[in-house]
Every structure is written in structure tokens, then in C-alpha cells.
Design a protein around this ligand. Structure first.
Ligand code: C2E
Ligand code: CA
Ligand code: CA
Ligand code: CA
Length: 280
């Protein structure tokens, strides 16, 4: 037994060292990725379920790694947040989304609104990001109506007045705020009281368990009714089946996002989708 313990110990340190090494490599590669244009955005259309129109989409980041292939955000955003690299990444995302939104509004979809995922650091970091972004919108002549900022509850969890001040600044400038992953945290509802919100995105975990007889269906409907009374638009995330679509539509949910309608699209695919719906 003693021998096994010893081996386990060796195995443990070795795998720890490997993990640390892998992490270090990822950080170095990520720095490189920013400088060498390995990051790109895909856009997932958000469908108005009343008429099938699309004038909204969520920007989602991807990393085309030279040797490891395509890396999804869940595998590098957390590390980017820990190391502070997220600031550069998000500045890049913000500028790219402004540019794309401006272009598509001019050419194919005058009322297009693109949403950006934001991290807590953007609001807790000494003013930098927010001021910079507002400045960039102004300088690049991007209409604020073209941009929505998605925030998550974990941002608001330890939120102070400075966070709500920044959200207020954006909203005052005309940028919409969407509360992402709604319902997954512990006190989503109390945040609605404290923070002004234009959109509420029902988390896909609710949507996915809706077809079963479950409390999630009841909660989902309650969220939709409540949002309506508060004047907040609802977007249901992760719609994959006709059944989920039908249930949500009956509940009065206006917007839907999910593989049933569209997967996240590349720039070219999204452009083609806009062209198609313009000529339709
Ligand atoms: P999220 O904001 O909740 O984004 C929605 C995720 O659900 C996306 O995963 C999307 O591809 C996926 N999805 C869309 N429709 C369906 C569906 O019908 N079924 C299922 N199962 N999934 C669906 P993705 O692109 O891998 O992004 C993961 C998370 O990474 C995002 O979750 C967001 O929190 C974060 N993220 C993505 N892009 C950015 C970014 O530019 N900046 C920051 N800070 N975070 C980002
Ligand atoms: Ca999101
Ligand atoms: Ca607004
Ligand atoms: Ca979400």
C-alpha cells in the first residue's frame, strides 16, 4: 500500500506539472494569437419569433490555433480573465463588432443590433475599458443603438456603485444592456430591481428541460410574464427543437436563439444570411 501511495504522489505531481505547463503554453499562445490575428468572431442570429425576422445577433469569439485547431471560448476566456489578457481581447472584439455593425447597417440591415459578451473586469478595472469603448463608438461613428452589452450575474454579484454607474453611462449613451444566463444564479430577480436592463436572456438549461414535465417550464413562463410587466424583452437561448420553439412562442417569448434556427455563422455566412433575408 505504501508503494501505491508513493506512485500516486509521483503521478499527482507529474500531472500537476503538466497542467501548469499546458497553462503557461496557452497563455503564451494567447498573447501571440492577439498579435497574429488568430482570433475571429462568429455571429449567431437572434430570431424574432413573431415574424421570423433577424435584426439581432450575438458575437461569439473563436480562436484558430495554428497547431491545436479551433478552440472554443470556454477553453480560453477564463484564463484570459485571470491573466488580464481579456482586456486586449475585448477591446479587439468591441472594435470589430462596431465595424461590422456599422457596415451591415449601411449595406444590408439598417436596424441591426449586435451583442457583445463582457467580463466583470471591464467594469471593475479603473474606468479604462468603458471610457475607451464609449470614445471608440464616438470616433468610429458607430450608432449606440447598434450595440448591446451582455452581462452575467456573476458580474453583478459583488457589484458596487461603480459598476452600476458604468452600466448607467452606457445606457444613457443609448447602448442596450442584456442580462445573460438569466436564472442560473441565486438572485437574478433582485438584480432586476437594482440594474436597468433592456433584455433578459433565459439560460439554455431552462429551455432544454422544458419538454419534460418540470418546474423549469413554470419558471420559464413566470420569467416571461414578469419581464413583460417590467418592460424587458426576453430572448430564449439554446432552442434546439420545434417543441421548445412552440412552447416558448405560446408563452409569449418574443426572441429565440439556438441551433434550431441558426448555428453561429462566420462573417461570410452571416453576410449571406442578411442578403437572403433582404431580397426575400
Ligand atoms: P454564452 O454567452 O451563454 O453564449 C451562448 C453559447 O451557447 C455559445 O457557446 C453558443 O455557441 C451556444 N449555443 C447557441 N445555440 C445553442 C443551442 O441551440 N444549443 C446549445 N447546446 N448551445 C448553443 P460558445 O460560442 O462556445 O461560447 C461559450 C461562452 O463563452 C459564452 O456563453 C460566453 O460566456 C463566452 N464568450 C463567447 N464569446 C465571448 C467574448 O467575445 N467575450 C467574452 N468575454 N466571453 C465570450
Ligand atoms: Ca452571451
Ligand atoms: Ca434602448
Ligand atoms: Ca448565455
Amino acid at each position: 500500500a505504501k508503494g501505491v501511495g508513493k506512485n500516486n504522489y509521483h503521478y499527482y505531481t507529474k500531472s500537476m506539472r503538466n497542467a501548469a505547463l499546458k497553462r503557461m503554453t496557452l497563455i503564451t499562445d494567447l498573447r501571440h494569437a492577439i498579435e497574429h490575428n488568430e482570433l475571429f468572431l462568429v455571429y449567431q442570429p437572434i430570431v424574432n419569433m413573431n415574424n421570423g425576422n433577424v435584426n439581432k445577433a450575438e458575437a461569439l469569439i473563436r480562436w484558430q490555433h495554428p497547431t491545436r485547431g479551433l478552440i472554443c471560448p470556454d477553453d480560453f476566456i477564463p484564463i484570459a480573465e485571470e491573466t488580464g489578457l481579456i482586456i486586449d481581447i475585448s477591446n479587439w472584439v468591441f472594435e470589430r463588432v462596431c465595424r461590422d455593425a456599422k457596415y451591415w447597417r449601411k449595406t444590408l440591415c439598417p436596424d441591426l443590433q449586435l451583442s457583445i459578451n463582457t467580463s466583470p473586469v471591464h467594469y471593475t478595472d479603473p474606468d479604462r475599458c468603458i471610457t475607451q469603448w464609449l470614445q471608440h463608438m464616438l470616433v468610429s461613428r458607430t450608432p449606440p443603438q447598434a450595440i448591446t452589452l451582455e452581462i452575467t450575474e456573476n458580474l453583478l454579484m459583488d457589484a458596487n456603485t461603480s459598476v452600476s454607474n458604468k452600466l448607467f453611462q452606457f445606457r444613457q449613451a443609448g447602448v442596450d444592456i442584456a442580462l445573460d444566463d438569466f436564472g442560473t444564479g441565486y438572485s437574478s430577480i433582485s438584480y432586476l430591481k437594482k440594474y436597468p436592463t433592456d433584455f433578459l436572456k433565459i439560460d439554455k438549461s431552462f429551455v432544454h428541460s422544458m419538454s419534460e414535465v418540470s418546474n423549469d417550464k413554470i419558471l420559464c413562463e413566470a420569467i416571461i410574464v414578469m419581464a413583460k410587466k417590467l418592460g424587458i424583452e426576453v430572448i430564449a437561448e439554446g432552442i434546439e427543437t420545434e417543441e421548445q420553439h412552440n412552447i416558448l412562442q405560446k408563452m409569449g417569448c418574443k426572441y429565440g436563439q439556438g441551433y434550431l434556427f441558426f448555428k453561429p455563422l462566420t462573417y461570410e455566412e452571416f453576410n449571406a444570411m442578411l442578403e437572403k433575408s433582404k431580397s426575400a
